[in-house]
Ligand binder design. Sequence first.
Ligand code: SF4
Length: 454
Amino acid sequence: MYIDTHAHLYLKEYDNDIINVIERAKASRVDYIIVPGTDIQSSFLAADMAANYPMIYAAAGIHPHETTMWDEALIPILEEIIKNNKKIVAIGEIGLDYYYDFSPREMQIKAFRDQIELAIRVDLPVIIHNRDADEDMIRILEDYVGSGLRAQLHCYSASLSDAKKIVSMHHFISFTGNITFKKADDLRKIMSVISPEHLLLETDSPYMSPEPMRGKRNEPANVGITAKKIAEIHKTTPEDIARVTSYNAFRLFGIGRVPDTKFTYIIGHTLYINVTNRCNANCIFCLRKKEPVIAGYNLSMNASEEPPAEVYINEIGNPVNYKEIVFCGYGEPTIRWEVIKEIAAYVKAMGGNTRLNTNGHGNFINKRDITPEMKGIIDVVSISLNSTDASQYSELMNVDPSLFEEMIHFTVLAQQQVPRVVMSIVSVDDVEIDKAKNFVENVIGAEFRVREYF
Ligand code: SF4
């Protein structure tokens, strides 16, 4: 269920009880552990552990503390370790540490860049350590945009604006037990706005034990404590965090597998209905055709696999067990409006709540006004605004500009039939948000919501 992406299990702290540590990890629902090296010797040890324990994978690399005598001749040695060990899934732990400054900064930078280039060459991600070197770290990462570099920023402790830059470069961020520390409010605030889709779990064992074990030896079994804290911050469940971060580990390190397709899926206390992958639009940001996975659930299905209403109804069971039943997925649900109507009527008859997430093109798709058919079976309609400008809207969604007006008209009609209509926009800059808020509330008269994650 959990993947601890960072545990130095070859250290002497585990000499006497490594078997017990691994058994406790399994008992605590840890599926896999990544053991990163910090120098040549520990990279060999990590590789050995991976060879000996099915649940362990390894990373090979030279930590910034160990770069005082950095020599490019170490690169072929690392390459040899990687070549000979199929379970090495990353170059790491590498990076910059200006807090301790154990190695001259120019040597740290040289070693870091040389190892990044190795990672790109052998097509592996990197696991990055950064302490008080934020400016150089971001500058170096920016130098490699477009190179194929994929990274995990481990034990994150930098700023919110740096986190935004890291996510925009499609890298991953992980927090350790540091997120549970009493004085870590700033870190928790940063975490609260990073979508779980960009997070990984880690313990950094034997260091960074979470509260209430702070100061004691850490071990992978504790990764669930961090997951629980992240879930609390994101107002969701540890299961959600486990599933999403495990899928992220699959995306970055190739550990695990693509999950099976789901027709219904739970996030928090809401049940989502994966209606279709088909859509009349083709948004430039949509992952529908590339990677239709959301919150760790695989939603891919072609038209011939779309199930009838009975399948969804069976999976729903008693809808009052959920806060809401939401028609959603990677596709436009109103393409299957007849199926939605059948399911929604069942949910309402059983006392549940329904929400339709749509692009607002339902009338255009169905060639009639479907909003009167929503009366009594849909409680909330949530419409993606995407832009307040018709030509930008059309460019973003690859649709005819007339569909902007169509979407607005649909919103106005839906308000006459449904108790709540919300228009949402993904958090961009403050000026755009103010413009969208004014447009939605004062021009259209609907409720406005900003989807805040980046
Ligand atoms: S409207 Fe939604 S499902 Fe359709 S292409 Fe755009 S983002 Fe994807």
